[in-house]
Design a protein around this ligand. Structure first.
Ligand code: RFL
Ligand code: PHB
Length: 390
């Protein structure tokens, strides 16, 4: 089998790249280790930057997003028992974010891909990028007890943090940077109206809490928890009680509980692999970097990587110029590191760290006070939250 771009991974980055290429008439093939329903069962991100929404439009996959997505002009930072609203729209030059679940976005891209007749191979075992340091790369995979080979011009490694693409690169050619945080997020999804029409990021002595949503009748809530916590130890009642304790009183009283239908714990980590290009193999999205979810940047970074990679590939196929793909890694990493910094900073100011000194605690309080009383500081937060320009 032969294709122009072999894409490993059918998450948001692989699907978005695949759809942009398909709309531009560039043949591509997606391979994923697992099946479609498994991918659609993963509950993850929920906040989209305008740049991400624009790319979904370019991929002709935005009709449901535009009708069902919830535009948000601000959010609340809650601490000391009070709300402090961050007016994103006013501070960030008329920009807003869109609340729309990653699961829905993935479904929209999959539907569009099927409609366009582009090929995806699910449940492909042992996917391996090969010879990407030569001009004739290929990918092998196993299916139905047979090893298959796909010859291609380029390989896009969009297979997430635990994927095969980054692992195929020799350690000598790559530098990695990592920070592991001493806590995780316990998240639930429940069919219940959100506590507020805007997101609430709460810093409380018991730990961080986040009130988010998927629709007017579906809520997504998170609480900071120790890394060794077990989901099985968290009954719904225990979760709701703990969430209420971490919110200002007026929000706590407004929480409407319902049985959760998803509950999971995610560890928090910052990770970057440099560079993001190795000959004819490109890494994009979580395959190249991970951010803690506090800044809502993971999915949006996957989209901006795809923007740079797609424009490089278009330049290659239409102008026969490799300038864009040669610049891919530097352009993507420059934006990635700013989002890594922002996500680390949001995590640092909003969470309770296990062995914080009194001094560190006072600095955190001063930071939150400054942030919510200085227009310059709030503007910097808003500018990063809505997304830095591509
Ligand atoms: P994905 O979504 O992980 O998709 C990668 C795809 O590659 C497949 N794959 C393989 N295929 C073939 N061969 C292999 N060896 C393979 N290994 C893996 C996988 O099956 C999968 O389909 O990466 P992508 O596309 O780069 O998208 C990135 C986003 O998914 C990610 O940044 C965000 O979801 C991060 N993230 C969150 N971001 C937010 O902005 N807000 C959140 O609340 C939020 N919650 C989360 C998250 C990530 C999580 N992970 C990765 C554990 C919660 C979790 C639990
Ligand atoms: C979510 O809705 O899942 C969500 C929202 C904002 C974040 C992280 C997750 O910062």
């Amino acid at each position: 089998m032969r294709t122009k771009v072999a894409i490993i991974g059918s998450g948001p980055s692989g699907l978005l790249l695949g759809q942009l290429l398909t709309e531009a008439g560039i043949d591509n093939l997606i391979l994923d280790r697992v099946g479609k329903e498994y991918i659609l069962g993963r509950v993850r991100a929920g906040v989209l930057e305008e740049g991400t929404v624009g790319l979904l439009g370019k991929a002709k996959s935005d009709s449901r997003l535009l009708s069902d997505g919830l535009p948000h002009d601000g959010f609340s930072l809650a601490f000391d028992g009070r709300d402090h609203r961050i007016d994103l729209f006013g501070l960030a030059g008329g920009k807003r974010v869109m609340v729309y679940g990653q699961t829905e976005l993935t479904r929209d891209l999959m539907d569009r891909r099927e409609l366009a007749g582009a090929k995806t191979i699910y449940e492909a075992g042992n996917v391996t990028p090969c010879d990407f340091d030569r001009s004739t790369p290929y990918v092998t995979y196993q299916k139905d007890r047979t090893t298959h080979r796909i010859d291609c011009d380029f390989i896009a490694g969009c297979d997430g943090f635990h994927g095969a693409s980054r692992k195929a690169v020799s350690e000598r050619s790559m530098q990695t940077f990592e920070k592991v945080y001493p806590f995780g997020w316990l998240g639930i999804l429940a069919e219940t109206p959100p506590v507020s029409h805007e997101l609430i990021y709460a810093n409380h002595p018991l730990g961080f809490a986040l009130c988010s949503m998927r629709s007017a009748s579906r809520s997504r809530y998170y609480i900071q928890c120790p890394l060794d916590e077990k989901v099985a130890d968290w009954s719904d009642d225990r979760f709701w009680d703990e969430l209420r304790r971490r919110l200002p009183d007026h929000h706590a009283e407004a929480v409407v509980t319902a049985p959760s239908f998803e509950k999971s714990i995610a560890p928090l980590r910052s990770f970057v692999a440099e560079p993001m290009r190795f000959g004819r193999l490109f890494l994009a999205g979580d395959a190249a970097h991970i951010v803690p979810p506090t800044g809502a940047k993971g999915l949006n970074l996957a989209a901006s990587d795809v923007h740079y990679l797609f424009s490089g590939l278009i330049e290659f196929y239409t102008d026969r110029s490799s300038a864009g793909i040669d610049d891919y890694s530097a352009r993507a990493l420059s934006r990635v590191w700013k989002a890594v910094r922002f996500s680390w900073w949001m995590t640092t100011i909003m969470h309770r760290f296990p062995d914080t000194s009194d001094f560190d605690q006072k600095i955190q309080e001063a930071e939150l006070d400054y942030l919510t009383h200085s227009r310059a500081a709030s503007t910097a937060l808003a500018e990063n939250y809505v997304g830095l320009p591509y």
